[in-house]
Design a protein around this ligand. Sequence first.
Ligand code: ATP
Ligand code: MG
Length: 137
Amino acid sequence: TERTLSIIKPDATKRNLTGKINAKFEDAGLRIVAQKRLHLTKAQAGKFYEVHAERPFYDELCEFMASGPVVAQVLEGEGAIAKNREVMGATNPADAAAGTIRAEFAESVGENSVHGSDAAETAKEEISFFFSGLEIV
Ligand code: ATP
Ligand code: MG
């Protein structure tokens, strides 16, 4: 089975949506095999989103990701990476399919409630950014 890294972003923890978002993952057959709540510094957010360093929204994105607590988690299941992205919906909530997390909860393209790894290689890197092997059960 596959694993992917998920983050419940500050806009969602602020609105007390952690449980509702986790229910969406679990209902889709994804198992939460690691989870922790933490408040990233802007530097840590910058390191996590390094791939976007050249994008115009990078500074705003790092500022936002450090604006409040996040919940980092590892989701496990058959085709977990694609399944998680399906449950999240499109980056921009205006384009997100009905029933997806972003359609129901996201506030804007920037403050869009969740992050999910986009490929096997990035999933591996992003999981080890937050978790050691012993913390994933
Ligand atoms: P994520 O990587 O967070 O799961 P994604 O893969 O759907 O989202 P990316 O293109 O990787 O989207 O962008 C990373 C994050 O940067 C987005 O989730 C969003 O928070 C932010 N972002 C993307 N595009 C914009 C934009 N045009 N303006 C502001 N923020 C943006
Ligand atoms: Mg992405």
